[in-house]
Design a binder for this molecule. Sequence first.
Ligand code: NAD
Ligand code: DAU
Length: 339
Amino acid sequence: MEKILVTGGAGFIGSNFVRYALANTAYRITVLDALTYAGHLESLAGLPPERFSFVRGNIADAGLVDGLVAAADAVVHFAAESHNDNSLHEPRPFLDTNVTGTFTLIEAARRHGTRFHHISTDEVYGDLPLGDPARFTETTPYNPSSPYSSTKAASDLLVRAWVRSFGLRATISNCSNNYGPYQHVEKFIPRQITNILDGVRPKLYGMGQNVRDWIHVDDHSSAVLAILENGRIGETYLIGADGERSNKEIVELILERMGQDPSAYDHVPDRPGHDLRYAIDSGKLRAELGWAPSYSDFGAGLDATIDWYRNNQDWWRPQKAAAEARYREQGAGREQGRQ
Ligand code: NAD
Ligand code: DAU
């Protein structure tokens, strides 16, 4: 493989993957990205032009997609509407991008026999009880809760069907919550870091007992490369780094690491249908492909992420006011929904 098409490469994980792959392989990479509110060309600044190119466009544009997929040896498909809160407010774009967009890509990959790797999420499995040893595995039944996770589940099932019925050369990975640089400020960790930098108190949904299984974005990238290069066609691999923590713990840790009183946050109304706990068993990926995460110290990874947001205010400031305005709109809607 030489030429890789990366969809959604101007987003959080896609842009980190592009940098990681350029540094660790000899691939030439083309990014296809619509530059929605979540995509930023600045996240791809300074990449070598002889190995990297950018195309602005929609993954649901069949004509554009056909030509790009035909020219690639493999597609790594990150593009998605990715935020649960937005999906509860306005589900339509999630269907258009996550379902129709994925359909458009796999149809092109089928026509051209192109290797396809589909990026998905642990949220397709629903949630787990708190304080329970159970974790998601590749055979856990699908049980998504939100418009976002149900459209990701739909996209996974499309890929599986295209493998079985049309012989699509595809793999799927379902990863847990990522953290690191270039994450949109609507998401939990960057929202709280940038709030604190702005002198605003962090916002914790409900009592904050919900648990997420955190992985550094570079560990996600290394796992995707391992699957792309050595994964078995038709297989699903779960990606996780044993990083379970409650939201309350995370908010307190961010405050503490930023030199603030760890109790200086506000509880705000909970997310409707809020999944309680995610936890990944990544045993298959580790045993079959010899993958292991490099980031074992969450506190150190969080410190580096805090430093990144402190030192890259030109990157996030342009998004911040719009993200908080969306939250105010969504919050008002939720309150009315309760009456
Ligand atoms: P993101 O929202 O930061 O980035 C998404 C990117 O896709 C943006 O650059 C956006 O412009 C682009 N995009 C959206 N609609 C498009 C369209 N119709 N055509 C072309 N481009 C379009 O998302 P992210 O957090 O980087 O997530 C990337 C992928 O990883 C998603 O598929 C998501 O489901 C999956 N995932 C995310 C996490 C996480 O913790 N963030 C964990 C597991 C899996
Ligand atoms: O598990 C993988 C998923 O992780 C990905 O598929 C999604 O694309 C990604 O957005 C993420 O989904 P979450 O809903 O878990 O992430 P989010 O950052 O929105 O929220 C993390 C947790 O923090 C969640 O329990 C809700 C809570 N939260 C979030 C925000 C924005 C708060 O308590 N306060 C907040 O302000």
